[in-house]
Design a protein around this ligand. Sequence first.
Ligand code: GDP
Length: 425
Amino acid sequence: MGLFWRRKSGDEFVRLGLNEPAKPTEAPAVDTQQQRAEQVPESPSLVPPASGGAPTPIPVEKVQHQVEKPQARADSETSNPVREKPVASRSPFATSVLGLNLSMEELKAQEEALEQEFSARFRRAVAATRESLSERLDTVFAGRKQIDEELLDQLEEVLIAADIGVNTTLAVLETVRHGIARKQINDLDALKTALKSELLGILKASEREGIASETTVAESVSPYVMMIVGVNGVGKTTTIGKLAQRIKAEGNDVLICAADTFRAAASDQLAIWADRTGVPLIQQKPGTDPAAVLFDSLKAAKARGSDVLIVDTAGRLHNKSNLMAELEKMKRVAAREVDGAPHETLLVVDAVTGQNGLEQARQFLKVAGVTGIVLTKLDGTAKGGIAVAIAKELSLPIRYAGIGEKVDDLVVFDPEQYVNSLFGN
Ligand code: GDP
């Protein structure tokens, strides 16, 4: 599996780069009042949020001392309330990022150990789904020697109960029936193998459709902009914290943009995650135009030489036309500032909400130009089959899975690992 976030080539993982020229400092565009008015009409004055729960913003002068990279800021950016509070990383990746005291072999061993650990945690996260699925399959298969229509009907019920979804289940069973008719599936073992390979096929096919990956964007394009969308409560903020932590832990400079200005609480929560992970955050007063916050974040990211900008967005679906206009405006602003941005738009879906979550996801697809899914709370359900329904019905790859509430509880979703974990090998 290798690196969690792969935009940097493998050998940069341990390269010091002492003989390389410093990253060029990008002079921010001249920001005349007229230009700014055209770009973001409602751009407000930049002041720290009036929230009680958030940590006190650190004055910019202090932040500039803490930031190692050379910077040049336009006047508008120097007033950004950038929060930066370096904290010791609690991530197990911290040692594998620099690893300057380790040999290549030791680094590889460390990486493998980490992968094994994540693999074990992923298995544990889908344990409830696995147990429920295998229990039901055992009941269906018990005492049977051959495959008949009754067995296939019961299998249909089992797959639907695991939240694989009616359409997906019917499609899977149709293929299985063909296999039986062609005598390719003759016994229960072959049936189980065919089932696994069908589910894997669906997940893999979704990876070929619409995938946006950091590897497809040239390293010269910076920052890599990730927009995170989804309804409130699905785990968007937590996912942003987890992503920031892991991408940072692999040696990238990360910045978070708090563009859900609709809910003050969202911004406060994000500030807590930013502090926890030691990643700076750009935020403004509640009610500020999200596109304006994004504009300032993009400017700040460029001035800092940030590798990645993670953008939180509002999650209120009840006001869809506003949300659509808001997201479209944000996309326009991003594309104007950085080539091809946003490079990735991740829709966060809560596995626990099952088919309802799928319906919400469909609504978002219409407005947000989603390129991939983050499936959260996979650890909190026995109906983890929803991953297959999502891949099939939304035709979108699942990029990451949330497997707990802690900062390290996020994994790159691996279809093979998922299917093997569900079927117990
Ligand atoms: P938001 O409203 O979409 O930003 O949602 P939050 O990030 O605030 O998360 C809502 C709740 O879901 C919080 O209690 C999180 O701890 C919890 N949560 C988020 N991701 C996961 C996950 O992968 N597993 C579990 N068990 N809980 C999660």
